[in-house]
Design a protein around this ligand. Structure first.
Ligand SMILES: [Zn+2]
Length: 346
């Protein structure tokens, strides 16, 4: 129970690094940012150190999560949306118990919401990012490993789960409500990608395939890439069947590090489900917890990224219904988060 509280505190403290009313004109790249980061360089690098580098910025009730290392690039726009601040009325399983209907920033077309609301929310989100002039390129996501490269915005959304471009004026976006949104930027070649990685996409190595596409199309060197892994369901809440664990173990030598057993309390349980037993003597199948961000971070390292260039949010969508959406927790009534990255028009 300590971990969600820790998250909340970290989220608030990172938010306080910036004034909550700062605008999105790009003028916020101030020298004052460098002093806390300089101290960070002295510390040993770890996922936690990268997580601390996240900031929150708000504009007209819209709260956006960003990574300072990406904000430093003046030609780049990026951001991870959150729940509050929109025009969509979400009834039912509100995180705010006393409210029957909650106003949320739903950025995906869902049955419970109108198209007009979603479009208005998207306008607000883009406006808050200072990215109104960029054309949003979203995908018809289907948990695949399909990566598209865009030179212009397509008339209709393409089927796929990752997109990449080196052209300005396109705002690549992926929708999530538990799955991992991953934004990639190649500062040297000025190319970007957005990736949607649920367990199926992660199993199919979609983020590595997106990087492969960037290597082919833009001559990207993975060592140059910066990666931001946004809010997603955490290893604290993402319970999956052992068949999912077995599928990962068959494909990744280090997959056992991404899973955790249900804890009963006192005894540390050393992944008993991994033990082979004679037929007829198998213990009943037991669910396990999967840490999708850990799995994708491992793939990024395997692809050649430097650990210091990988920024992982530790916000769990299922733990933080006050701030995020979780399909696991809210079902069909869940909203959708949108994570975007693009190159500003010159
Ligand atoms: Zn959680």
């Amino acid at each position: 129970m300590l971990r969600p509280i820790g998250r909340q505190r970290q989220f608030r403290s990172s938010a306080s690094v910036f004034p909550s009313d700062c605008d999105y004109t790009g003028s916020s790249v101030a020298p004052t940012k460098t002093s806390p980061r300089k101290r960070g360089f002295r510390k040993p690098r770890s996922p936690a150190a990268s997580a601390n580098a996240w900031t929150e910025r708000t504009s007209n009730g819209t709260r956006i999560l960003q990574v300072p290392a990406l904000n430093k690039l003046p030609w780049l726009v990026h951001g991870f949306s959150s729940r509050p601040g929109g025009v969509s009325a979400l009834a039912g399983r509100s995180a705010v118990a006393e409210e029957k209907v909650e106003q949320v920033l739903n950025l995906g077309f869902a049955e419970w919401d109108s198209r007009e609301n979603v479009l208005e929310n998207r306008r607000r989100f883009q406006s808050a990012l200072g990215a109104r002039e960029l054309a949003l390129v979203s995908l018809k996501q289907f948990h695949s490993d399909v990566v598209h490269v865009f030179e212009t915005a397509p008339a209709e959304p393409c089927q796929g789960d990752a997109s990449a471009t080196n052209r300005p004026s396109l705002l690549l976006g992926v929708q999530t409500a538990d799955c991992v949104p991953i934004l990639l930027v190649d500062p040297r070649r000025r190319a970007v990608a957005a990736v949607h990685a649920g367990w199926r996409g992660t199993l199919q190595r979609i983020v590595m395939k997106a990087i492969g596409k960037m290597q082919m199309e833009f001559a990207t060197n993975p060592a140059d890439l910066l990666a931001a892994l946004g809010p997603a369901i955490g290893g604290c809440c993402y319970e999956v069947g052992t068949e999912v664990a077995s599928a990962f173990l068959a494909r990744f030598p280090n997959a056992a590090e991404w899973f955790d057993e249900l804890r009963t309390g006192d005894e540390p349980n050393p992944l008993q489900w991994l033990n082979m037993m004679p037929p007829g003597h198998q213990p009943p199948a037991k669910n396990v917890f999967l840490d999708l961000r850990k799995a994708n971070r491992a793939q990024l390292l395997d692809a050649g990224l430097s650990a210091k260039n990988i920024f992982v949010s530790d916000l769990c969508t299922a733990c933080r219904l006050d701030l995020l959406f979780s399909y696991r927790k809210e079902g069909a009534q869940s909203g959708r988060l949108l994570s975007v990255i693009g190159i500003r028009p010159s």
